[in-house]
Design a protein around this ligand. Sequence first.
Ligand SMILES: [Mn+2]
Length: 304
Amino acid sequence: MAVSIFRPSVSHPQNSLYSTNSPKISSISDRKRKSFLHCASSDSAPPTRQEVSLSVGMYLIPHPNKVEKGGEDAFFVSSDNGGVIAVADGVSGWAEKNVDPALFSREFVANVSSLVGNGEVNYDPRILIKGAHAATSSTGSATVIVSILENGILKIASVGDCGLRIIRKGQMIFSTFPLEHYFDCPYQLSSEAVTQTYLDAIVSTVDLQVGDTIIIGTDGLFDNVFDKEIVSVVTEHDDVSNAAKALADLARNHSVDTKFDSPFSLEARARGFDVPWWKKVFGMKLTGGKLDDITVIVGKVKST
Ligand SMILES: [Mn+2]
């Protein structure tokens, strides 16, 4: 098992997925409050928001067959510009065309890191996706999610089935929902003209409160772990790094458990996929988790 951390400061973006034995914690400051207040219109009082920051823990467990290359998920966590988190999941089908699915996701995430702080992005996660997609020259495709923290507000843009959850006082108060063409074929950004763009991103904004916990992950997490399990794991672990590891470990355990009735198998049956009729006669049904790369990022909202 390895923790892979994308470090944006290195100069060769495609080789910048590093492994380490200890999850990294970084503090993200929401530093743009002054300019926000400055820009507020004078005839309405600016909202008095508490200045907040995030403590972030992260954990990645590659697919068992992709451990050596570090999997095909990629992520970026920034301490610049009020906090940017980006996760991309390289679409594995490209391997059938002799294309490494990790190239597109890693380059996309490296391009997000280069664009952070660019004035044109202007705290808009959709524009950040647009720029990073345009700058990505690798062949391939990826599902992506980008969140930007500004003035206590989390702005989220998602293309495909990466996800984000927010837990407040033991309750899940926000969840993204996946977009897909058909079962197991998510919306995705790609090197081909026919697929989705930033215009297809689902955009949300959430007013954060101190104490909120944000969970961002790839489908390797959400296909294998139910929301109610996410709530209980997060509630049990105060430390964000421990929470990220515990969620990733749970997702891995479920992904290799052929008896576990996972979110993925429930969804598959709901879409009409199941064991043959003669197995149903014996009370059998399609179960099991989904083997995949598992990326989990947990952020806890703190007052600065
Ligand atoms: Mn995946």
